[in-house]
Design a protein around this ligand. Structure first.
Ligand code: SF4
Length: 347
């Protein structure tokens, strides 16, 4: 009989596992702390358990992390990690060091069903949702490699649409934030969506304190349709209603991500449309230049164009910042993750 992998089990699941073994539920919390906080995976060294309990845990359970396939480091210090899941599928994680923060760009799916036309992950299609263990496993891998302080922030902006893996997302976040878990404050976690309207409404009622980012990328329904097929199902008007609902329910601002494409969404008309669309919406806007993907036809705007766009937008909207891409030279920037070099990938 194969052993049950404990990686990714929630506190309630570990408490249940302990009661199934005839132990008190608080033993589950002790196990939880060993796993996620201390990152100790050898039951024989869990000294607050009796020898008998350690032996019984070892008979039934193990702790299996992610298997690294490839690792690359950018000139700017950004690192890209390619993992091979137990069924051979690829998933990528990016670690982005900055002056004061170190951000992990976390994946929630292998591939993605949304097929945003500018995104390398979208061209894979959805391979499958990641389990909670595979989501948490990305963070645990980095901590095992670099230690407790190797990241300060977590953004669900890697492979996949996190709101399309909602249940596992919601199980993962408490493990990341818990003081007996990975201990990253909820405000340091951003869930980024391409616009799954009903799930934004659902997330508003989930009671999380995490941040929400929306990849908007176009200020009109017609333009959004050109680059994001998800807009066929979830039209811009309804999406913006959901964003307003989210901000009023949670009291949080939303971050609007606007990727600038040369010749597509970078004119004065686009500036005006964006300002009109976002007027009165509690948000801040991150403008970033498109990161090229070799097989796709979109073009990256010049730095001058990016600066011009922001300078025109800023007086019209209160909070506008430029997000400079990191890890471009190793294909680790936003929209570039496609499991390149994945050994044993099943498609
Ligand atoms: S941008 Fe995000 S949601 Fe769109 S295809 Fe890529 S991974 Fe999926």
């Amino acid at each position: 009989m194969s052993k049950i992998n404990l990686m990714g089990l929630t506190l309630a699941q570990l408490e249940n596992a302990m009661t199934d073994l005839g132990e008190k539920p608080y033993r589950g919390r002790q196990l939880y702390k060993w796993l996620y906080h201390s990152r100790l995976y050898d039951f024989s060294r869990m000294t607050d358990f009796s020898k008998d309990l350690r032996a019984r845990l070892d008979q039934q359970f193990d702790v299996r992390g992610l298997q690294l396939t490839k690792r690359e480091k950018s000139e700017d210090g950004t690192e890209r990690f390619l993992f091979c899941l137990e069924d051979g599928l690829p998933v990528e994680t990016v670690l982005i060091p900055d002056e004061s923060r170190r951000t992990v760009c976390l994946s929630s799916q292998s591939g993605c069903a949304l097929g945003c036309r500018y995104c390398a992950t979208g061209s894979l299609g959805l391979l499958r949702n990641l389990t909670v263990g595979e989501i948490i496993g990305q963070l645990v891998f980095l901590r095992d490699l670099y230690g407790q302080d190797c990241f300060t922030n977590v953004v669900f902006m890697g492979m996949g649409e996190p709101l399309n893996n909602y249940d596992n997302l919601l199980k993962s976040i408490p493990i990341i934030t818990d003081s007996a878990g990975l201990m990253i404050g909820a405000k340091k976690i951003t869930v980024s969506t391409c616009g799954i309207t009903p799930m934004i409404r659902k997330l508003a009622g989930a009671g999380l304190k995490t941040k929400l980012a929306l990849s908007l990328n176009a200020a009109t329904q017609a333009k959004r349709l050109q680059i994001m097929p998800v807009a066929e199902t979830y039209e811009l008007d309804g999406l913006m209603d959901a964003v307003r609902y989210y901000t009023s329910e949670t009291g949080f601002r939303v971050t609007i991500e606007y990727t600038l494409f040369e010749g597509l969404n970078d004119t004065m008309e686009d500036v005006r449309a964006l300002a009109r669309l976002l007027r009165g919406v509690p948000c801040k806007i991150n403008v970033l230049a498109y990161n090229p993907v070799p097989e796709l036809a979109f073009r990256r705007p010049s730095d001058k164009k990016l600066d011009w766009f922001v300078s025109e937008l800023y007086p019209r909207l209160p909070a506008v910042t430029v997000r400079r891409s990191r890890g471009l030279d190793i294909g680790a920037a936003c929209g570039q993750l496609a499991g390149r070099g994945a050994a044993g990938r099943k498609t």
